[in-house]
Design a protein around this ligand. Structure first.
Ligand code: KG4
Ligand code: ZN
Length: 357
């Protein structure tokens, strides 16, 4: 039993990526090829420039898809469906990927699968390990920060989300304040490991509040304030201490908010003694300190933690192809007139007749 084979295309931000993945849900699946071209032109601008990103996707995508087919060792005729990110994301890039997928689907007469980028992050844990539904999901990326219950493909219940900045955004903005190039998340992680977390006691927004919402803009403002009060030039050890203080605050907030969500998940889905599943996904999930803190929390709360390997946490084609496998197995394909969406919350995927539940 090898399940479906799907080609997946990802172009929603600054990675031009394509992959071919095969397998039956609930996983694990097999990655036949996974090609990714990271656009580096954005570093100099301190963030992703949508127009530059879209043009680069136009230039790169054909070659990336071609290499992905070559490396997989199989032809287009062996592929069951073509999947692409149809949103949310930078609309120019999403249009390039979705249109390319439509052209491939049309010429090969294979079904088209319009993938929600967030759902692809959510389901990636099942590509590399068998993880059964339902599971609690912490999605932490450049554009999102949310806690949800995942009951199945397309079936999400929102527990909490950020009321301002996403977590990746908070990392990137902090990095920018320290003069580090985009994307700053990985650089902050490295610096934080060298710094003294206690020197700057930054605020822990939302700590102890009811519910599972997040807020990071106050933390960013505190970092800006601290940087502006330091003597110039800010030294490397100052930067490391700020990064360490920032990350310590992030860890406390993540632990607190996730614990609340775990308790809610257990009352809704678990028996008191059952081990529940907990998945962490999105680019920020590649952060080792965050993985460590959440491993400890999961152990305390009786949850089994599943985090995809770091390279599959940040944007890639394999996660889109795997979401395609999951959707194809559930019979969820789209017609060729599916429109790209800049905004597309996960809860909108839930079948309309289930909204009352
Ligand atoms: O999921 P992703 O690749 O793109 C989006 O869908 O947003 O996430 C990118 C975000 C960026 O904000 C980046 O700085 C952050 O993930 N990130 C990290 C780390 N690696 C990537 N943040 C903290 N620590 C890391 N090691
Ligand atoms: Zn992403």
């Amino acid at each position: 039993m090898h399940g479906f084979t799907v080609l997946g295309i990802e172009t929603s931000c600054d990675e031009t990526a394509a992959a071919i993945v095969r397998g039956p849900p609930p996983g694990p699946g097999e990655i036949l090829s996974n090609v990714i071209h990271a656009q580096l032109d954005h570093e100099a601008y301190g963030g992703v420039v949508p127009e530059i990103a879209a043009r680069a996707h136009v230039e790169m995508l054909d070659g990336v898809v071609e290499r992905c087919l070559e490396k997989s060792g199989i032809g287009l005729d062996k592929i069951d469906a073509i999947a692409a990110t149809a949103g949310p994301g930078l609309i120019g890039g999403v249009m390039v990927g979705l249109l390319t997928a439509k052209a491939l689907a049309l010429s090969t007469r294979k079904p088209l699968i319009a993938v929600n980028h967030l759902e692809a992050h959510a389901l990636t844990a099942r590509l590399t390990a068998r993880v059964d539904f339902p599971f609690l999901l912490l999605l932490i990326s450049g554009g999102h920060c949310q806690l949800m219950a995942v009951e199945g493909v397309g079936r999400y219940r929102l527990y909490g989300a950020t009321i301002d900045d996403a977590l990746g955004e908070a990392y990137d903005k902090t990095a920018k304040l320290l003069g580090l190039p985009y994307p700053g998340g990985p650089k902050i992680e490295v610096l934080a490991a060298q710094g003294r977390a206690k020197r700057f006691p930054f605020p822990r927004p939302m700590l102890g509040r009811a519910g599972a919402d997040f807020s990071f803009s106050g933390l960013k403002t505190a970092v800006r304030q601290t940087v502006s009060e330091l003597a110039v030039p800010v030294t490397d050890s100052d930067k490391a201490d700020i990064a360490a203080g920032f990350q310590a605050a992030v860890l406390d907030v993540l632990r607190d908010r996730t614990r609340t969500a775990m308790q809610k998940f257990r009352t809704e889905f678990g028996n008191t003694n059952d081990e529940c599943n907990f998945v962490v996904a999105g680019g920020v999930a590649s952060n080792a300190a965050i993985r460590g803190a959440l491993t400890d929390l999961a152990n305390q709360e009786g949850f089994a933690l599943h985090v995809p390997p770091a390279a599959l946490c940040t944007d890639n084609g394999a996660m889109i192809a795997w979401a395609g496998v999951e959707r194809l197995a559930a019979g969820l394909t789209e017609s060729l007139d599916f429109a790209p969406r800049a905004r597309w919350p996960l809860i909108d995927l839930r079948p309309l007749n289930e909204f009352a539940k």
